[in-house]
Write a protein of this length. Structure first.
Length: 349
C-alpha cells in the first residue's frame, strides 16, 4: 500500500497544472473524512451516546477527547496542502456527535486561522452520530442547506440512520451542490444489509433530481462513507455511476474512486478485508474529458490521504488506518478511515 501511495504522490508532485504554458489556476480541495466516533465526554440523555468508545473509558476521558481533536484537526489542515497551499475549501465529515465537537475541532490551533464555518443538523441515528459540512468562509458561501432522511424500513420497522445533508453555495463565483452521506452499515452481513444502502442511494437520486429541476446543468458532488465499495449495486445499479471518462454522458455521475478501487487502494480495513467506502463522485459538469477546458471549475485529480502517520506501524494491524479506539481502550490513533479528496481547478482570468 505504501509503494502505491508513494507512486501516487510522485505523480501528483510532477504535475504543474499547466504552469509551463504560462497559465495559472485557482486550486480548491474538496474532501471527506470519517472522524471515527468524535463524541464529547458529556452524557446526553436523549441519545445512546453511552455506547460511544470515549464514554466507555474508565479514566482520562477529557485528555483523550482533546488529543483526538488535536490529531483530527492536524490531519485536516494537511489535506491538499501541497497543491492548494491551504486546507480543504470544503470538507464533509461523519461520525460526529453534535455541533459542540465540531466547534472544538475548527477552533483548534491547527484550523482556527482558516475561518471554517459549520453546517450541522442532529440526525435520527440511534447512536446520535451525524454528518456535517465544514467550509472555509473565504472560498465558499452557502446559500441553502437541508437534510433528507432516506426513510428506510426493514420488516416494517423504520431504520434510524443518518440524514443526507445537502448544501448549495458558491465556490468562489460558481454555484455547486454538495451532498454529505453516511449510509447504513454492513451489520448482519453485506448481502443482508445491501437493500438498506440501495435505498439510501435512491434517496441520493431524488435529491439530485430535485436540484436539476431548478438547475438542469448543476454541478453536484456527493461524498461520504457509503459503507459500499464503488463496484457495489448501490453505485452501479441505483446511482448508475461511470468509472471511465469516455463513457460519461450528460447527466451521469462519474466516480473516480472506482479506478482506485480496481488498483487496490483502500480507505479502511476490517477483519483482513480492505474496502474503499469513502468516496467523492460528481456530475458530468465537473468533469474534463480531455478538452483541457478549465474556464470553470473541473476535477483535476482524486486522491486518498493515506500519509504514513495515519497508518498503524506495527503489530497485527500494520498498514491499516491507525484508529482511535480498540477493545475498549484509546490507541492514540486518528481514525479507522483515511480521508479522501479531489482537486478542483480553474484557470485564472
Amino acid at each position: 500500500m505504501y509503494k502505491k501511495a508513494t507512486i501516487l504522490l510522485l505523480l501528483s508532485i510532477s504535475v504543474s497544472f499547466g504552469q509551463k504554458q504560462g497559465k495559472k489556476y485557482n486550486i480548491r480541495t474538496i474532501a471527506f473524512y470519517n472522524l471515527e466516533n468524535l463524541f464529547d465526554t458529556i452524557n446526553d440523555v436523549t441519545k445512546n451516546d453511552e455506547a460511544s468508545p470515549i464514554m466507555k473509558l474508565k479514566s482520562n476521558k477529557s485528555k483523550v477527547y482533546w488529543d483526538k481533536i488535536d490529531k483530527l484537526s492536524s490531519t485536516i489542515a494537511q489535506i491538499g496542502l501541497d497543491k492548494a497551499k491551504t486546507s480543504p475549501a470544503i470538507i464533509g465529515v461523519s461520525e460526529v456527535e453534535n455541533l459542540s465537537v465540531l466547534e472544538d475541532l475548527v477552533k483548534s490551533k491547527h484550523l482556527i486561522k482558516k475561518g471554517y464555518g459549520i453546517i450541522h443538523y442532529d440526525s435520527p441515528d440511534k447512536r446520535g452520530i451525524d454528518v456535517a459540512l465544514l467550509y472555509q468562509k473565504r472560498y465558499f458561501k452557502p446559500i441553502y442547506h437541508k437534510v433528507f432522511n432516506p426513510n428506510i424500513y426493514r420488516n416494517n420497522y423504520k431504520v434510524y440512520t443518518r440524514d443526507q445533508l445537502l448544501v448549495s453555495g458558491y465556490l468562489d463565483d460558481e454555484l455547486i451542490h454538495v451532498i454529505v452521506n453516511h449510509w447504513p452499515s454492513r451489520s448482519g452481513g453485506e448481502a443482508k444489509s445491501r437493500p438498506l444502502r440501495e435505498k439510501a442511494a435512491y434517496q441520493n437520486t431524488k435529491i439530485i433530481e430535485q436540484i436539476r429541476e431548478q438547475e438542469p446543468n448543476a454541478k453536484i458532488l456527493t461524498m461520504g462513507d457509503f459503507n459500499d465499495d464503488p463496484i457495489n449495486s448501490s453505485f452501479k445499479k441505483v446511482l448508475k455511476t461511470k468509472s471511465k471518462k469516455k463513457n460519461v454522458e450528460e447527466g451521469d455521475l462519474y466516480n473516480p474512486y472506482e479506478d482506485l478501487h480496481r488498483r487496490g487502494f483502500n480507505t479502511l480495513a476490517y477483519r483482513d478485508n480492505l474496502n474503499l467506502f469513502d468516496q467523492i463522485l460528481f456530475t458530468s459538469q465537473l468533469l474534463d474529458k480531455g478538452e483541457k477546458d478549465f474556464s470553470t471549475y473541473k476535477m483535476y485529480k482524486a486522491m486518498i490521504f493515506n500519509k504514513r502517520f495515519l497508518s498503524d506501524k506495527k503489530g497485527r494491524f500494520k498498514g491499516y488506518p491507525f484508529r482511535s479506539f480498540s477493545n475498549g481502550s484509546y490507541t492514540g490513533g486518528y481514525s479507522d478511515h483515511y480521508p479522501v479528496y479531489i482537486y478542483l481547478i480553474k484557470e485564472k482570468q
